[in-house]
Design a protein around this ligand. Structure first.
Ligand SMILES: Cc1cc2nc3c(=O)[nH]c(=O)nc-3n(C[C@H](O)[C@H](O)[C@H](O)COP(=O)(O)OP(=O)(O)OC[C@H]3O[C@@H](n4cnc5c(N)ncnc54)[C@H](O)[C@@H]3O)c2cc1C
Length: 347
């Protein structure tokens, strides 16, 4: 077993740290407070990556379906060469920055055979939990889901801001599809193959979320340790007191454990192996570690923990979100209980 990071990986981490370091925490906090993306970074860094492509956001969440992907009610009906979309999505991030939206919609009902085949693909091959779901169809769910690329300015698409009390650079939106007509070429892949395609993207999304959690935790702990080494209110730096040092050490241990599971999940995914269990565990562990690390960093800073200057509160929002999205902590626990421990499914 090889736990060493490759030279390429180390170089990537160093480069990302250098780039992010030039902007700093205050930059993130200011952007997050203003609810703005980082326009400057895009101009500077993304053109090469994004050359020839457009930014597309993902829309699966619905008010009446929630974590149960099989209850999605947004429909796409064929009309000649076109598709007509109707329904509502919410908590869709970054629509204001995007050219198009990748929409999950119901396109009909599957036969028992198709239903079975899709369910097997979802559980056996990809093993993600649906947006929360386990990748298995519910007893009543015989829906065929498909993916569509819908331009943000499509007639009939109403985009409404959905304010949240987290300080995030990305803004959130509710989308109403009122007979939104798109061409036949808007369908991604095969009709009815949406669930499999969605599941294919869920593990990488969870692994990315886990990596973000580990990064937030490490950053917060770095800031906290630096403060604890230098801030002196009695005779020694506050980090001398075990009441300050031990919770930081505990958070560090939990962060590095989450990092290990994140790397395992990424490795499994990269090698075409089933990464569902590791991806879910990594996302769970990283979200918990990030929240604990940021909370302890705030505590270590005393009153300065809530000051705008120190910029820790925006990180708390980010860490708190990771416990909910892209999949909630509870749905990860459902997955592990069912798939790792063989316990009966409760829902
Ligand atoms: C800031 C933000 C950005 C987002 N961005 C996007 C985006 O870009 N695109 C997109 O499609 N979605 C997005 N989402 C939606 C996000 O993925 C969902 O909020 C998340 O998956 C939880 O679904 P829900 O809100 O419908 O909660 P619900 O499904 O209503 O669940 C509510 C609570 O009940 C719990 N629960 C539900 N069912 C069970 C069960 N069977 N067992 C135990 N507990 C259960 C959940 O864990 C949760 O704690 C975003 C959300 C937020 C807050």
């Amino acid at each position: 077993m090889d736990f060493a990071e490759t030279v390429e990986h180390q170089a990537l981490r160093k480069t990302v740290a250098e780039i992010a370091g030039r902007f700093g925490g205050a930059y993130y906090a200011a952007r997050a407070q203003a609810g703005q993306p980082c326009p400057d970074q895009k101009r500077r860094w993304l053109p090469g990556i994004a050359a020839g492509t457009s930014k597309i956001v993902f829309a699966i969440t619905e008010p009446d379906a929630g974590s149960n992907t099989h209850k999605l009610s947004t429909t796409a009906s064929r009309d000649g060469d076109s598709w007509v979309l109707r329904g509502t999505k919410y908590y869709i991030s970054g629509v204001n920055e995007a050219d198009a939206i990748l929409v999950v919609a119901r396109t009909g009902h599957a036969s028992a055979t198709e239903h079975e085949a899709t369910g097997q693909a979802a559980t056996g091959q990809h093993e993600a939990t649906g947006q929360g779901a386990t990748g298995q169809h519910s007893a009543t769910g015989h829906e065929r889901l498909s993916l569509f690329v819908v331009p943000v300015d499509a007639p009939g698409l109403e985009v409404r801001s959905l304010p949240v009390d987290l300080m995030l650079p990305e803004q959130q939106f509710t989308l109403h599809f009122d007979d939104v007509r798109v061409g036949g070429d808007a369908l991604v892949g095969a009709e009815g193959d949406g669930l499999r395609q969605v599941f294919h993207g869920l593990n990488p999304e969870r692994i990315t979320g886990a990596a973000a959690g580990v990064g937030v935790a490490r950053y917060a702990l770095g800031r906290a340790a630096e403060y604890a080494r230098t801030r002196t209110v009695w005779d020694q730096p506050i980090g001398t007191h075990q009441g300050v040092a031990h919770p930081l050490a505990q958070a560090k241990i939990e962060t590095e454990l989450a990092a290990l599971m994140t790397r395992k999940a990424a490795w499994q995914h990269d090698h075409g192996m089933s990464a569902g269990e590791a991806a879910n565990m990594a996302k769970y562990a990283a979200a918990e570690a990030a929240l604990a690390a940021v909370d302890q960093a705030i505590q270590t800073h005393g009153g300065n923990g809530v000051s705008t200057e120190y910029g820790l509160i925006p990180l708390w929002g980010l860490a708190r979100l990771l416990r909910i999205a892209p999949v909630s902590r509870d749905m990860v626990l459902n997955y592990v209980a069912q798939h790792s421990l063989g316990l009966p499914r409760s829902y």
